[in-house]
Design a binder for this molecule. Structure first.
Ligand code: HEC
Length: 291
């Protein structure tokens, strides 16, 4: 029984040491992060997500997307993530400030999704380019914000709500004669419509995909009146009978809002952006360097 004190102290010391290393010091280093702002206190990053996107994260977690998809770009010295164009810089703790829970993921059955929202086509579907409309100066502000309501762009496009089908348009055809409702037209890659179709039927877009199809996030129903604006444009193999349509459930729309919100492209001072001059370089314009 002589060594009992030493034994006890040894065990205690081991636990105390690892607690300090794994809890205390990391908490001191990254436990009190705030969003980053520029010198004037503007341009905060990150920002909390919209309610729909926030709910979408729960759908993401509930459906096990995290088992196949990571959301962390590793630094270039440790991986080829940046080379694979999954991001311009490594992910940093600050990127996840408003994430509850953080769905980092640790396996990659599919690509990393940290910046999937950033890869959306620039002019995210501002409704079908129905008329040769006077190009509204598509307020390109806030890239994170979804281009909400295609608020009747002040053009004389016949509103689908107006049931007085004044137009001699071929029944239920698309508004523009140049966009026939043929199944084979694929939506622009990484647009919301693309994500919906991909979730519904991954292999209709990526031939050898082994991602599961999330049919249950969609509703197949009879067309009542007009075809719904957000009805999926399906490939021939998935096409539904005439008079039926497949529409996203609210959960699916939240999930896609979440995917489209994933964007870590904002520069962070703690993570070097690929292609940017190294922070220590004798910058010609020192005022811009902190960006
Ligand atoms: C069994 C593994 C698996 C699961 C689970 C899974 N995926 Fe995938 N995912 C993949 C694979 C493999 C790919 C690449 C092929 C493709 O694009 O379909 C992929 C591709 C993607 C892409 C396109 C990424 C890119 O860079 O092109 C998105 C977006 C995506 N998945 C979202 C999801 C969401 C959301 C969920 C959960 C609802 C999910 N995935 C669940 C395996 C999976």
């Amino acid at each position: 029984m002589k060594g009992i004190t030493a034994l006890f102290l040894g065990i205690f010391g081991t636990f105390a040491f690892s607690w300090a290393g794994l809890v205390l010091i990391p908490n001191y280093q990254i436990g009190h992060l705030d969003p980053q702002v520029d010198e004037e206190g503007n341009d905060p990053y990150p920002m909390p997500k919209s309610g729909m996107a926030d709910r979408g994260r729960q759908i993401y977690a509930a459906n096990g997307c995290v088992y196949c998809h990571s959301q962390q770009v590793r630094a270039d010295y440790a991986s080829s993530d940046i080379e694979r164009k999954w991001g311009d810089r490594r992910s940093a703790p600050r990127d996840y400030l408003f994430e509850r829970p953080v769905v980092l993921g640790k396996m990659r059955g599919g690509p990393d999704l940290s910046n999937i929202g950033k890869r959306a086509p620039v002019a995210e579907e501002s409704a079908p380019p129905a008329s040769p409309a006077p190009a509204v100066p598509a307020t390109n502000a806030a890239p994170g914000v979804s281009p909400a309501a295609p608020s009747a762009s002040a053009t004389p496009v016949p509103s689908p709500a107006a049931n007085t089908s004044a137009q001699p348009a071929p029944a239920s055809a698309a508004t523009s004669p140049s966009t026939p409702v043929v199944a084979s037209d694929t939506p622009p890659t990484y647009s919301a419509a693309w994500h919906h179709r991909h979730l519904y039927s991954p292999r209709s877009l990526v031939l050898d995909s082994n991602m599961p199809a999330y049919h249950f996030l969609y509703e197949k129903r009879r067309v009542s009146g007009e075809r719904a604006a957000d009805a999926l444009k399906l490939a021939e193999g998935d096409a539904v009978p005439e008079g039926w349509e497949v529409v996203p459930t609210y959960d699916a729309r939240c999930l896609v809002a979440y995917l489209m919100s994933l964007d870590q492209s904002h520069p962070l001072k703690e993570a070097k952006t690929a292609g940017a001059p190294p922070a220590s370089a004798p910058a010609p314009a020192p005022t811009k360097e902190a960006k």
